[in-house]
Design a protein around this ligand. Structure first.
Ligand code: APR
Length: 255
């Protein structure tokens, strides 16, 4: 076995050992876990931000300025998501859930793939593209059926007539009350924090991993690239979540 392969195998064994011993596991995911489902990540080659400025599409000001344009972009994203299926990374995370007395998945992703893979103990900290809400009265409703011909470019609230918007956290908006605090408390008492597929660019979610580490959790980062989290992780498994999560979970079930 090459030295690199030996190192990787040792890292996998160390991560698996920590997970086997854990009672309380926090999993934190980003766009990278959906990459192998065919959903572009945000940053890097071919990313969702490529050719777009987040400020023009994912901010309250952008919505105020041109709600129809914001809806077009999200409808385009949802059309991409609709043709995608959960991949083995989502499946393993869903399989992990019942195996621990305490388990929480905090995902930054809004594509709904974790839920479709069967995850239930999850918090979609940036919202979900399957729900829209009124920009005036906050009434929520399922995402409209885009297949409906001449769907209103900006759906209206059935309750107050206000403009509906995606139920997604935009840049410049504060996290919904209690969401980060709940995740922070969980991270502070976790035995293992398993991070997969995030560049740790957006700070509050990245801070969860570091808070867990500082509070004594074993920190694992799964990412083909180094990130601020991998630099302080106990183990950085370099590679794709779709391959490494099944390998890690398989290693956990072996003595
Ligand atoms: N497996 C694991 N990680 C992967 C894979 C893969 N197959 N492919 C790419 N990655 C990694 C990339 O190396 C990168 O570090 O996934 C990460 C994706 O980073 P981003 O595109 O920045 O996505 P994310 O970290 O989820 O962004 C956080 O920023 O734009 C906002 O609200 C948006 O939730 C998003 C947040």
């Amino acid at each position: 076995m090459s030295p690199a392969a030996t190192l990787a195998s040792a890292a996998l064994a160390e991560a698996a050992g920590a997970i086997r011993r854990a009672q309380r596991v926090l999993v934190l995911t980003g766009a990278g876990v959906s990459a192998e489902s065919g959903i572009p990540t945000f940053r890097g080659q071919g990313g969702l931000w490529e050719g777009f400025r987040a400020e023009d599409l994912a901010t309250p000001e952008a919505f105020q300025r041109d709600p129809a344009r914001v809806w077009r972009w999200y409808r385009w994203r949802r059309a991409i998501y609709g043709g995608c299926e959960p991949n083995p990374a989502h499946a393993v995370i869903a399989r992990m859930e019942p195996r621990f007395p305490e388990f929480l998945l905090a995902t930054q992703n809004v594509d709904g793939l974790h839920r479709r893979a069967g995850s239930r103990r999850l918090i979609e900290i940036h919202g979900t593209i399957d729900v829209m809400r009124c920009s005036v009265c906050s009434e929520r409703a399922p995402w409209p059926d885009d297949a409906v011909p001449d769907a209103d470019p900006v759906p209206r609230c059935n309750h107050c007539g206000g403009a509906m918007r995606p139920h997604i956290l935009w840049f410049g908006e504060t996290y919904w009350p209690g969401v980060l605090e709940h995740c922070q408390r969980f991270a502070g008492e976790a035995d293992v924090v398993l991070v997969a597929g995030t560049s740790a660019t957006v700070w509050p979610p990245a801070a969860l991993a570091l808070h867990g580490k500082r509070s004594g959790a074993f920190l694992i980062d799964i990412n083909p690239e180094p990130t601020p989290i991998s630099e302080v992780a106990d183990v950085h498994l370099r590679g794709s979540a779709g391959a490494l999560l099944p390998a890690l979970w398989d290693r956990c079930s072996r003595p």
